[in-house]
Structure formats: C-alpha cells, structure tokens
Write a protein that binds this ligand. Sequence first.
Ligand code: FES
Ligand code: FES
Length: 198
Amino acid sequence: MPDHTITLTVDGAERTVLVDTRTTLLDALRERLGVTSPKKGCDHGQCGACTVLLDGRRTLSCLKLAVAEDGGEVVTAAGLAADGALHPMQQAFIDHDGLQCGYCTPGQVCSALGMLDEVRAGHPSHATADLDAEVVLDDDEIRERMSGNLCRCGAYAGIVAAIREVATAEGLTGDAAGRAVGQTAGQTAGQTAGQAAR
Ligand code: FES
Ligand code: FES
C-alpha cells in the first residue's frame, strides 16, 4: 500500500508524519506521533475512548483515516491543559470523582467539550422534547449526548455531575446561578488549544 506524508496540528504543535494510507487517525497519533492521550478501547467506533476534537468537533479517531485529515487540527485531552493549568472540565472530573481507572477519561473530557459546543449550536438530541425550544442541558440530555462514551468501571454519576457543573457555569442548564462562574469556566477547547500553541 502506498505511504503518504501528512501534516496535522496536534495540541497546538504542527506534526508531519509518513503514514500508510490505511492508518487510522488514532494509530497515527498513538503509534506514529507518540500522542497517547486518546485511548484505543474497541477500535470499532463503539466505546468513545479515542475521542478527540478534530477541527473543533468531537470525533472518534479510530474511525478516521489519517490521510483524509491531512491539514487538520487535533486537540486531545492532554492539549487542554494550557500552561499547566487544568481546563475547567478536567478539574470538574477530578472534583466529582468522574474517573476510576481513567482509561475512558480523555475521551470523556473531549466528548463533553464537543457536546457543549453542539448544545450551543442548538443541535437537538434523542432526549430533546421540544425541537423548537432552546436546549436545556438537564441530566437526561447529558446522559443521552454522552452515551457514545462508555466507562467500564462505572464512574457515570461523577461524569454527569462534572459535566453538569461546567454546563451550569456556562449557562446551558437553565440554572442562572452558574453564569458568573462561567466566565472562568467557559474556556472553549479552541481557545485552550490556541493558548497551548503559544
Ligand atoms: S477506540 Fe474508537 S470508539 Fe472505541
Ligand atoms: S474511568 Fe475506567 S473506564 Fe472510565
């Protein structure tokens, strides 16, 4: 099979790598570039452990061919911690015990941030009762929208609580009390990646 040289921006750094055209984005990151934040759980698009933000959208990197993403911008959970400071979503996962073994956690964090952007953009989910109304991110909505990310050891209660805290701080849960906090917590993945690049 032919090889192809691609360039990706990964967590703010431009990386060029020669890949077999059959190589997935996940394998290019982990095996070729040494970026081990995204995890390989199922390798079949069923567990979410490999989730990264690709050009700002949550993406299962095991289902993407690396050559098709030449020129793309990848943000992993590791890239969210700018200058050693945890992203508010990362901190919330710690504060709410949203992890046990931690294997699914990088994917959960990236997926949560991508999901919040989808809510801001007004995307409905299967749990959205009124498609004409503004989405209110209650716990049922969080569970449904995060249902593609599995946690084998059962940290779901903490994961939902962590996401709820950040979503509330950003004014997405209909709880106005959190909006003031949101000015610090409302740090988008794109902003953080940009900081990491500097
Ligand atoms: S490793 Fe990609 S979804 Fe499981
Ligand atoms: S924390 Fe163990 S699989 Fe999620």
